[in-house]
Write a protein that binds this ligand. Sequence first.
Ligand SMILES: Cc1cc2nc3c(=O)[nH]c(=O)nc-3n(C[C@H](O)[C@H](O)[C@H](O)COP(=O)(O)OP(=O)(O)OC[C@H]3O[C@@H](n4cnc5c(N)ncnc54)[C@H](O)[C@@H]3O)c2cc1C
Length: 533
Amino acid sequence: MNETDVVIIGAGHNGLTCAAYLAMGGLRVKVVERRKVVGGAAVTEEFCPGFRNSVAAYTVSLLNPKVLGDLKLAEHGLKIVERRAQNFLPAPDGRYLLTGEGRTLPSIAKLSARDADAIESFSRELEAIADVLREFVLRAPPNLVEGFGAGAIRESFNALGSASILRQLSLEQKRDLLDLFTRSAGEMLDERFENDLVKALFGFDAIVGNYASPYAAGSAYVMLHHAFGEVNGKKGVWGHAIGGMGAITQTMARAARAHGAEIETEAGVREVIVERDRAVGVILDNGATVRAKYVASSVNPKLLYTRLVPTQALPPEFLARIERWRNGSGTFRMNVALSTLPSFTALPGDGDHLTAGIILGPSLAYMDRAWQDARAHGWSREPVVEVLIPSTLDDTLAPQGQHVASLFCQHVAPELPEGKSWDEHREEVADLMVATVDKYAPGFAASVIGRQILSPLDLERQFGLLGGDIFHGALTLNQLFSARPMLGHADYRGPVRGLYHCGSGAHPGGGVTGAPGHNAAQVILRDHRALFG
Ligand SMILES: Cc1cc2nc3c(=O)[nH]c(=O)nc-3n(C[C@H](O)[C@H](O)[C@H](O)COP(=O)(O)OP(=O)(O)OC[C@H]3O[C@@H](n4cnc5c(N)ncnc54)[C@H](O)[C@@H]3O)c2cc1C
């Protein structure tokens, strides 16, 4: 048995961020991680001899600049580079859209003069709202509390603070914000643009990790969620961490350890110990016990409350509601080792477009069909695939002259219909994904010399991502902001005293941001000071 101030369940990037802040705040911290390596869904592994890649999360933008700075990740060795082009969308008819600094407008103008006129105001609208919403990322959302005690007073001030942030938006921008929270991306894009590729550029952000049609209400928020990011101070830009996403979490682990946090791997938690209505530690899979003043969990909230916290410790209505927590991103992830770079029919040969996020999903109608098909059949027979070739920006990942690519594929059903199992269909669907890329870049399939496949079931088994949900719970209005993970618990405090949420299942949700870990640490430190001065 060992004792500490805080035990953190899971060494994903949020668990590590939380650990670093708590250790900086003077608390003794122990992180316990089920896997052999730290990093959770942000890890780099060798998936084929000589070829390494980010296994799950594969591209960086959302990582919060304050977290980057406070944890001194650059000093601990993290280097993030921009893609030389942001997105490349080839169409089957040979046309394409290529975005990035100085490229977006001329490329759109070639497709549609009307859309070239419309893009500026749409981007401005999104950016203005993203700018204001960024201010919510590193603060706890207003939490609903009953009664008139100290908690209610604190939350009234929090609500006033949030209202004053929103007051920066004009009335018209507030109307836009309401649209973005409630409407479908598809409808909003159809109103503004005429070209399919232009709509698909934004539509992809609305369906990525979101098992829904781009015409589903609420999908506009998912589009907005992906616009919060920045790379090296440039807003809305996506980039690459040299060494892959694991470089981010390795440097976070270094930062946490440098401040005194202890991290133990192959130390899965079997149970949260609750004594006299207070969480006081955890029991590991090997039977060892870690006792602590506070327990912070970075795992999916449904996993925490249905598998790790004893049922009798929870209010029945809380348990019933968390059992209905909606998981399931509908994504299928592959890493492939390539003997050579792909050549796209729409833009043959090498070039900056091969450093971009290459989106194979040429229209909103295509994306809608992909979802409909996955609902009926289990996976879309014409899937949406994003291809990213990080070895074009990073020569540490593959042998010289060869490459690695991430394929992020939407839509597949989190659970297959008619009792079918992903174990039986993994290879068949992987072949389909490779064939889909081959349609746009003939010869791609022949260049694949190794592959790693992660179906939704594999994501659940390997990373504890229930239903393969990449965000620890869908980003729907009923699971966001003050409702993440549940109304009354948006302040990072669980229903059991001493138990906190520090992972993506808490505000502001999924993505490699570090924000839930940062925010939870502030709450734990505040509670600690209130108890012990
Ligand atoms: C396929 C995929 C692609 C993605 N792409 C991107 C992307 O490109 N960019 C981006 O920003 N985001 C991306 N995301 C989302 C992002 O990776 C996640 O939202 C984020 O990594 C979650 O971080 P976390 O620390 O909250 O949780 P996790 O990373 O899930 O960490 C939780 C940790 O808890 C551990 N754990 C689970 N159960 C136990 C237990 N019982 N005891 C101890 N430990 C336990 C897990 O092993 C894991 O290490 C992607 C995710 C996936 C899955």
